[in-house]
Ligand binder design. Structure first.
Ligand SMILES: [Zn+2]
Length: 344
């Protein structure tokens, strides 16, 4: 990690945290909120490093050894925190979706003792909304009588997910969904992926880097390319209508991978959206790495056809979400798609 520069798109919370450090007044409890995968936990770890790095002023270093107020990322303390092995930087996460009272009790017992070595102990509780009522009440005790030299950082999706008695005792910092450009930079530093492909994944990730990474690693691009080929949406309409057997075979393939159906709809809809948007706002398309195909196909489909395709997809998606018969819905969907793109 390279200090706070590693955090992208969260200028305001980072600025506030740096202010706390410089002023030497670090709150006892902080609450980081925002959607999944935008850097809440990474920021919390960096903050823990910055507070304890042996080369930073807060951690006992001198201004000469420090890189401003950012952690060096290289000293023994920083390395142990990155590795999750620092005894005074404690992370708690839900077990099977729940943060239990035993975990909080164990934590409190540890906090009753003095820190091992750190100037500022940091406790990070991720997904704090997963605390059950008993755990939350146990934690409340810690917030009412904060242990010395200890900062508690809770992360959650929204403030309203926590008990008001807990949330009101924390300084609240909001983290924003990431801009696609930031996700692209992060993806490209983590994966071997082209700028355009990273852009396509980022645009589909709804502002979450974790989601983008998951999509990229789950073969999102390959799945998209297969879907476009299988539906024929990467080709101009054929002059003769596609046969009934084509539609039913496609429906069977889609239904056979039920767990992917949600993503499949997202991909198909975003492709139709791109076909509609491309002539007017080429800079706003999602599937940047397939721009040539978009241009080729887009020129042959009318606005009415695109609208019809969109409605066919929407209707099928809603039907499936409402627990309609999957296979039947997909049969109808693929048959209608074949009708819509049978050429003009
Ligand atoms: Zn360091």
């Amino acid at each position: 990690m390279r200090g706070f520069d590693a955090i992208r798109g969260q200028d305001l919370p980072v600025k506030i945290l740096r202010h706390y450090m410089r002023s030497g007044r670090v709150p006892h409890a902080l609450l980081f909120t925002g959607i999944e995968g935008i850097g809440k936990r990474t920021t919390a770890r960096l903050f823990a490093m910055a507070l304890n790095c042996t080369r930073s002023p807060a951690g006992g270093g001198t201004p000469e050894t420090a890189a401003g107020d950012a952690p060096c990322g290289q000293c023994r303390v920083c390395r142990r925190i990155v590795a999750g092995k620092h005894p005074d930087v404690i992370e708690l996460a839900p077990i099977k979706g729940i943060l239990r009272i035993e975990q909080i009790r164990h934590l409190l017992a540890g906090l009753a003792m003095k820190p091992f070595s750190a100037p500022q102990r940091v406790v990070l509780i991720g997904d704090a909304q997963a605390m059950n009522a008993a755990a939350a009440n146990a934690l409340l005790k810690m917030l009412e009588e904060p242990p010395e030299a200890t900062t508690l950082i809770l992360t959650a999706h929204q403030r309203a997910d926590l008990l008001p008695t807990i949330a009101s005792r924390c300084r609240h910092l909001r983290f924003s969904p990431l801009a696609s450009a930031d996700i692209v930079v992060l993806l490209r530093s983590a994966l071997d992926i082209s700028d355009e492909a990273a852009g396509a994944v980022a645009e589909s990730a709804e502002g979450s880097y974790t989601r983008a990474l998951r999509l990229a690693q789950a073969g999102w691009l390959a799945r998209r390319d297969w879907l476009l080929r299988a539906t024929g949406l990467d080709q101009p309409p054929t002059s003769t209508p596609r046969p009934l057997t084509w539609a039913l075979a496609l429906s069977a393939q889609l239904a056979g991978q039920k767990d992917r159906i949600e993503t499949d709809f997202e991909i198909l809809k975003s492709w139709i959206r791109d076909l509609s948007v491309w002539p007017y706002l080429p800079a706003r398309i999602i599937h940047r790495d397939r721009e040539a195909t978009l241009a080729h196909v887009g020129a042959t489909l009318g606005a009415g056809q695109l609208l019809d395709l969109w409605e066919v997809l929407e209707k099928a998606e809603k039907n499936i979400a409402a627990n309609g018969n999957l296979r039947l819905t997909l049969d109808v969907m693929t048959l209608r798609m074949a009708q819509v793109v049978k050429g003009r």
